[in-house]
Design a protein around this ligand. Structure first.
Ligand SMILES: [Fe+2]
Length: 281
């Protein structure tokens, strides 16, 4: 586990979330008409401009559309402009093997990171060859063990230096509001929510996958879904529909007392060029 401490404990930790970049081997390639490399670079420009001193970056999956080494390499090279370390988890379009075994990327694959008195828990929900997600027994055990190590855990502390947990995953553990999304979320969300229920240290659940901005409370937890750096999906519709909102990222301020502040920041004056007749992605 990576541990990062800081002298200045008075200000909150600033965490940046980047998700669903869908990069291709070919930087000129487009997803439903939108060049994903261009929109990603613009979002990173925005982060570099707005975030002079971030503490950490989490990338929550669908980094590459084609799981190519070249796409992962460009992701790593581009976010190097943001002055903070990063970690990532795979989405349904990624290949865990490439992300975990390629020496240049291996270090970014972390199961958890300690930032000040917060534990950031990264979960792999990808199922090879499937769009939907699932937490394996191993991932559920990792979640349980990680939460059990947090100081204010109901069942007794074994690490007093960590008080709060933030859980990151790719797939939505709460069903999306569009009918076409019903089958593509986290299939064993019940097992996931059951573990969270047993630990009162979880302050937030962070994900991507359904390419939209959500910030809501459910099952006694606060959930944050973050828009993609490329195309967006319209909520509350029957069939697959693209939303004409701009690419975005999210920041979180993690306070030492467990409070979270968060906001989605979108590109301004960005002309959306997408194929609106697309029936899927
Ligand atoms: Fe995605």
């Amino acid at each position: 586990m990576q541990t990062q401490t800081r002298d200045d404990r008075a200000r909150p930790l600033r965490l940046i979330q980047i998700t669903d970049t869908h990069l291709y081997r070919d930087p000129a390639a487009a997803l439903l008409g939108l060049n994903t490399e261009d929109s990603f670079v613009r979002v990173v420009d925005l982060i570099a401009q707005q975030q002079p001193d971030p503490d950490w970056i989490v990338a929550t999956g669908d980094i590459a559309q084609d799981a190519s080494v070249e796409a992962y390499q460009r992701f790593v090279d581009t976010i190097a402009r943001i002055p903070a370390p990063f970690c990532w988890i795979p989405g349904n379009h990624d290949k865990r093997d490439t992300m975990t075994r390629t020496p240049a990327f291996k270090a970014a694959y972390m199961e958890r990171v300690q930032l000040g008195n917060w534990l950031i828990i990264m979960l792999d929900t990808s199922v090879p060859g499937e769009v939907h997600g699932r937490l394996s027994d191993q991932e559920l055990a990792h979640l349980e063990a990680s939460l059990a190590s947090v100081g204010c855990d109901k069942r007794g502390a074994n690490d007093e230096t960590v008080d709060h947990a933030l859980v990151c995953l790719h797939h939505n553990p709460i069903p999306g509001t569009a009918s076409w999304m019903q089958e593509i979320g986290l299939h064993n969300a019940d097992a996931f929510l059951e573990i969270l229920k047993r630990h009162d240290s979880v302050r937030g659940v962070v994900y991507g996958h359904i390419h939209q901005a959500l910030d809501f409370e459910a099952h006694g937890q606060q959930f944050y879904c973050t828009p993609s750096t490329c195309i967006q999906f319209k909520p509350g519709v029957e069939d697959f529909t693209l939303d004409l909102r701009s690419p975005a990222y999210r920041w979180f301020d993690l306070h030492a007392d467990g409070r979270i502040e968060s906001k989605v920041e979108r590109l301004q004056n960005y002309e959306i060029k997408v194929d609106q007749s697309a029936g899927g992605y």
